[in-house]
Design a protein around this ligand. Sequence first.
Ligand code: NAP
Length: 328
Amino acid sequence: MKKIIAYNRVERPVLDDLKQRYDVRFFKGIDPAADSEFLHELQMAEGIIGLELPVDENLLNHAPNLKIISNVSVGYNNLDLEAMKKRNIMATNTPDVLNDTVADTVFGILIATARRIPELDQYVKNGKWEIKAVGNDLFGTDVHHKTLGIIGMGRIGKAIAKRAHFGFDMDILYHSRSRKPDVESTFQAGYRSLDALLQESDFVCLITPLTPETEGLIGKREFKMMKNSAIFINGSRGKTVVETDLIDALRNGDIAAAGLDVYTNEPVEPDNPLLTMKNTVTTPHVGSSTHETELKMSELAAENLEAGLNGRKPPNLVDPSVWTETTT
Ligand code: NAP
């Protein structure tokens, strides 16, 4: 039986199914760079399936038999693709099956932040609702008919634009590396430079991958460009934002509020100022985390893994050139 490692998150039915055909070892909550049992298993593993395993040269040096790493996520910033390519190790991800779920999460956070829903929830539950008509100190700001700027108009960005345009009559601006004629016609969206988008948007939503180009994309300069009334939403990865600059912007009133699913360090440190600010809404990196979608992601990741282990081209190869090299 081929040995595979499952890491962090693979849904139970998928894990049980894989165990029928493979020698599976599941690891969670370990330090993969230092855990001796994990490093021992890695010596024999031909495949890895899981979420956010940090893969670098050092880890790969412990994995002489590895053929494929199948991420249970669309993002693959945890993988050193160059180091993997040198060793002809395939990388796969799980695009598309999560688009609507992540868009729902991002839009939910956006509404929660604008309408201050978590704060109001605590107000009611903590017995502070004493007079029938609450004061305007608890009012929020409208979402509908406002301008939404989406940075990263990819698969998930489009699903966010769909909700905003058709559901909330919002004007859509977007910024990505290339223009998208389909997006412009379907959602009447306007392409903008990053700076123009920041200046014109009521809501700024960041949903790019984390890459060397997007790391720290939004920092002090960018927050200063946004409207003082702007609400900033980050559904991408924490490191696309300079978090200390975000904290300053929220404190200084450069922007009004932020809704965040991702952070520089995860889990976020308990003393992180973002956790005690009134003008933030925080969720624990759960963009795709519904029962239905996590199962679909695990199933797709298993399909990728099994293809790669058995000489077939995985449907979601991150770098297709690695397949060509392994098969010629
Ligand atoms: P995608 O289809 O590849 O779209 C990414 C978009 O970002 C593309 O439009 C791309 O522009 C744009 N982009 C890339 N680099 C850029 C740059 N330097 N400046 C401006 N725009 C840039 O990816 P996706 O499936 O929508 O996923 C996007 C990201 O969402 C993932 O990589 C992941 O980090 C994040 N995510 C988070 C969660 C969560 O739980 N919070 C869940 C799922 C995904 P071009 O089209 O012009 O190349």
